[in-house]
Design a binder for this molecule. Structure first.
Ligand code: GDP
Ligand code: MG
Length: 294
């Protein structure tokens, strides 16, 4: 994550309602993050979708949409958040629906042209176009409307032409440190919450001794029926802080260990030789785990 050769950047997916923005984001991520629907304006809140592949981390922003009816307060609010999103990204994917070009699309086009941000026009839902030849004149039409870095016909639903889109997007992602762990796919994952809980517990238990330098990385997050297995890595900046945290963990484990061993001793006496050997091996492993912590 601290490697200088890594890339990280933000991508906004914009377009009038119902063109397929959320479908595109979900399929680019390979996970369902956003609600998609036939009803426009399903997306009310800005949501981050994170995709890390090798050195490149792309953070997609699904905007609440840009709305032409400025009269309605909710639309004004949504426009404001869309505008602030556009100002902060490295590239914009402007999604349009096949040959449709309405006043709303015109509005979005004008909107993004106010910002000095590269624009890729995604002509979506091409799976519904029978004669692909018809696309050519439309591409010319769109070029005249939008100062686009590229125009890519695709299908968000059928995942057509994703390679081309992703290649183009990557070209605009600057060299930067990754903002999120590579396995995180949204800014609101359970993993993220789990790491925050661990971090919170540490800071609460240790107080001022370990201030803000604690980073928690979730190494494993596995759901097995009703049980969730979570392994976390706790990263600190200084050796001294490590000792404090390990000391605390060892203390807690040690207490449990004592309690456990009383009961286990009883069981041990009842065991046959073969089981005793296996038990000893297991105990040694367990002891080593505790030793490793120190
Ligand atoms: P948004 O409002 O821009 O986020 O649009 P959604 O992603 O919610 O999609 C609106 C509707 O268009 C949904 O019914 C999608 O299934 C449909 N849709 C999105 N992309 C495609 C596509 O590539 N092909 C087809 N046939 N339908 C699509
Ligand atoms: Mg949406």
């Amino acid at each position: 994550m601290t490697n200088a050769s890594t890339r990280c950047g933000y991508v906004a997916i914009v377009g009038r309602p119902n063109v397929g923005k959320s479908t595109l984001l979900n399929h680019l991520l390979g996970q369902k993050l956003c609600i998609t629907s036939r009803k426009p304006q399903t997306t009310r809140h800005t949501l981050l979708g994170i995709k890390t592949e090798g050195d490149t981390q792309i953070i997609f922003v699904d905007t609440p949409g840009i709305h032409t009816n400025q009269e309605r307060a909710i639309n004004r609010v949504m426009n404001r958040s869309a505008a602030s999103v556009i100002a902060d990204v490295d590239v914009v994917i402007f999604v349009v629906d096949r040959f449709e070009w309405s006043e709303a699309d015109e509005y979005v086009a004008r909107y993004i042209s106010n910002h000095e941000v590269p624009v890729i026009v995604a002509i979506n839902k091409v799976d519904l176009i029978e004669d692909k030849e018809e696309l050519l004149p439309h591409l010319q039409f769109l070029s005249a409307k939008v100062n686009a870095a590229d125009l890519i016909p695709l299908s968000a639903l059928k995942k057509v032409n994703f390679d081309q889109l992703e290649e183009k997007v990557k070209g605009f992602i600057p060299e930067a440190m990754h903002m999120f762990p590579e396995d995180q796919i949204t800014d609101r994952s359970e993993r993220f919450l789990a790491s925050e809980i661990v971090r919170e517990k540490i800071t609460r238990q240790l107080g001022a001794e370990v201030p803000y330098q604690v980073t928690v990385e979730i190494e494993e997050f596995r759901v097995e029926r009703t049980v969730t297995h979570i392994s976390a890595l706790i990263l600190v900046e200084r050796e001294g802080q490590k000792k404090i945290i390990i000391g605390n963990i060892a203390k807690t484990l040690g207490k449990k260990w004592k309690k456990l061993s009383e009961k286990e001793k009883e069981n041990f006496r009842k065991m046959n030789e073969k089981d005793k050997i296996r038990y000893n091996q297991e105990m040694e492993m367990y002891n080593n785990k505790i030793l490793n912590l120190n």
